[in-house]
Design a protein around this ligand. Sequence first.
Ligand code: PBG
Length: 326
Amino acid sequence: MTTSLQIRHRRLRKNARVRDLVAETTVHRQDLVVPLFVSGQGENQQDILSMPGYFRYTPDALLNRIEGYMDQGLTRFILFAKVEESQKDNTGAGALDPHGLFPQTIARIKSAFPDCVLFTDVALDPYSSFGHDGLVLGQEIVNDATVDVLAKMAVIHAQAGADFVAPSDMMDGRVYGIRCALDEAGYLNTGILAYSAKYASSFYGPFRDALDSAPGFGDKSTYQMDYRNAREAVKETLTDMEEGADMVMIKPALAYLDIIHRIREVTSLPVAAYQVSGEYSMIKAAAQKGWIDEEQAIRETLTAIKRAGADIIISYFAEQALPWLS
Ligand code: PBG
């Protein structure tokens, strides 16, 4: 030991060039996946009240929008559909119509942009008269019967051209059910991005506005995870890996950075994290009030998600983040 300070951490922070040189984490454009909302009705571009600056589009308008993203080097997308009230029931029939809005939009996207990577949401909530991710019997969200429907839904998405189906329902055994159905139908190269650790979260509120898919009774806590649990996220992930997942996901992101980190340590699969609608809206709302700097908050949160261990980040901020990405 010496009497004066020999170790000075601030030498590595002295200016931007030095800081950039020693930075441990960089978010790249190719890490990002853009969520897309398609709607069969209404204006070309539709406001989502709780997501200022984010929109739902009719299929034609969505194709235009995707062209804009592709031109900027954003080439990975995850698609969600807003379904008309008349398409909703308690059988998932709407999700199994090969000519429905969702598969048609998948096909149009992949034929217009064969080079994009398209993930598609597999869950019943947009098609459910109860707003639940599965079939409802009494007060129960039934597991196995739901998995059968999800497996068929996944095949329809694969047939339409999806690169990866992304089951977000949190039923048990759905990754296995979907993998078997895809293989049987010949879609050996359609992958599965499993929402492995999806928590029952308040941060999905704005998304449910976007798709008009809020649960009609109860909440989703009999299938989505309890936020008090972390080991259970590892258990869920290991099961999805055994069942054949190609990638795993943690959702939401910011309140679950510890989960991202833990899962990164137990899997060699690519790890995705979803910066969800409520995370977007919180930043937007605070920025609108002038209480935080929006750009700084976007950079900081995306970097934190990457630093925690995510390889892939699904974010409504993807386009806004572009100017400062490498
Ligand atoms: C539904 C689904 C949800 C999200 C993605 N898929 C909402 C929910 O589980 O209620 C949330 C995405 C977001 O909030 O941005 N299966």
